[in-house]
Design a protein around this ligand. Structure first.
Ligand code: 9WN
Length: 441
């Protein structure tokens, strides 16, 4: 029985197929989100990818994060895209010649040798780094993985907490919908409506070469994304704290991920010989600030705050459920979030199999259009972890089962119809495969 010595997984198993997706999307130093639609390295994708990759190769998972951090700017920001110089310019829009990081970003300390975007994405990195470390502490120590990346992760958090506290309430703001990662979520509609769109003829959308137009953001959305990014670039990617940014929003998921990562940074500090106490304390203070700024007790969930008007944006998105991930969330807040998740707006345990990205009863709900309804695997993974953390094991187990089944039947889709699980967007999507691996372990 050779199998005793070589316990291979059965051919064609979910595990093997997920591994094949990640193998196919690996470039040698990092993983693309998908070969056709997203042919470069994306920031929060790489963090989720590393969380899954650690089960296949802790070394590759470390390299994934190291490659991203090599493109960090002098002011601490981690860019949302690191461009692969061998990919043609017209394969993805906006391309390096739009962002012009090494010239327009010089004052902010953009790297000279690698081209990047100038905006950021949610800070999942310290959390990913810690999970990668614990998957193989021996390798991690042998390569001084944590001691090399700790100062960079600390600088990243410093950037977000000092340069991006645009609302003055102690939490970070995003200055572009792409920064929060849920590009066309209805929460952005009101703050975006004040932005004059760039003319449609001034750019060419490469995404429509790969994705169905009805599953993607609209041309009007893109005009506004381009205007915001152009203005930020033309201002040298400087972050004013005087509230003059064209778009400034405090988002619950972005900040919850920052707090979860701050807890992870405390653990990393401890592994490196410090106490980590100050960081845990800071994470607790940030949790209190998040509740103070963004919790709506009447609605039973978190909302975005528009910093320009200083008002909450009354759109129910999955972002407002992600703080369930936080260990020191008040007990009644966590219990209320779980009720909202299983209520009519998100339908879990009833009409939906996975958590939709937006309110099922909302005026803008569309089960196929990107972040306006479909279910995504990264946000569902975060909710699954949150349920487990707060002792909801049976519900977490059910959600885990639905995620694995849907990843399998959809061909590791980028996002799916929350009712039927029908695949939308790209197939063979890296974080879907990576988080499948994580849930299988
Ligand atoms: C813009 C790569 C990224 C994800 C985002 C997702 C989508 C880009 C796009 O793809 O955004 O950054 O071109 O639409 O919204 O969350 O990181 O997978």
């Amino acid at each position: 029985r050779v199998a005793v010595y070589d316990p291979v997984r059965p051919a064609g198993s979910l595990h093997l197929r997920a591994a094949e997706v990640l193998h196919g999307n690996w470039t040698g130093t990092s993983t693309v989100p998908s070969r056709g639609l997203y042919p470069h390295q994306w920031s929060w994708d790489s963090a989720f990818i590393a969380i899954g990759l650690r089960h296949l190769s802790p070394l590759r998972a470390q390299i994934e994060l190291e490659t991203l951090l090599d493109a960090q700017w002098g002011d601490g920001r981690i860019p949302h895209i690191v461009f692969n110089p061998s990919v043609p310019l017209d394969a993805y829009f906006p391309s390096p010649d739009f962002w012009r990081s090494s010239t327009a970003g010089r004052a902010a300390g953009a790297p000279r040798t690698v081209q990047t975007s100038g905006i950021v994405q949610p800070p999942v990195h310290a959390l990913a780094a810690w999970l990668v470390h614990v998957s193989d502490p021996g390798l991690s120590r042998a390569r001084s993985f944590l001691s090399r990346i700790y100062p960079r992760l600390a600088a990243w958090h410093r950037y977000l907490l000092h340069r991006r506290d645009l609302g003055g309430g102690g939490i970070a703001s995003v200055v572009h919908p792409w920064e929060q990662g849920m590009d066309n979520a209805p929460s952005w509609d009101a703050p975006l409506s004040r932005v004059t769109p760039a003319p449609a003829r001034s750019f060419r959308r490469a995404d429509l070469d790969h994705g169905a137009a009805e599953d993607r953001p609209t041309d009007l959305d893109y005009g506004r994304y381009v205007r915001l990014a152009t203005d930020y670039r033309d201002g040298g990617y400087a972050d004013g704290t005087d509230g003059t940014a064209g778009f400034a929003v405090e988002d619950p998921a972005f900040n919850a991920l920052l707090i979860a990562s701050e807890h992870a940074l405390a653990r990393i500090a401890r592994e490196l010989g410090a106490t980590g106490t100050a960081r845990h304390a800071r994470a607790e203070r940030l949790t209190a600030a998040l509740v103070e700024r963004l919790w709506d007790p009447a609605e039973g969930m978190f909302f975005c705050r528009d910093v320009r008007t200083d008002e909450l944006i009354p759109e129910r998105g999955v972002s407002g459920l992600v703080p369930l991930l936080l260990p020191t969330l008040p007990r009644d807040t966590a219990a209320t979030l779980v009720r909202t998740l299983y209520g009519p707006h998100f339908g879990l345990g009833g009409s939906t199999r996975l958590v939709p990205s937006y309110d099922l009863t909302g005026h803008a709900f569309d089960p196929h259009r990107y972040w306006r309804g479909p279910a995504w695997f990264n946000t569902n993974w975060l909710v699954e972890r949150g349920l487990r953390l707060h002792g909801e094991h049976a519900r977490a187990e059910k959600l885990r089962g639905a995620l694995l089944e849907t990843a399998d039947t959809s061909g590791f889709a980028e996002y799916v119809d929350p009712y039927t699980g029908e695949a939308c967007g790209a197939l063979g999507f890296s974080w879907t495969a990576a988080l499948t691996l994580d849930l299988l372990h």
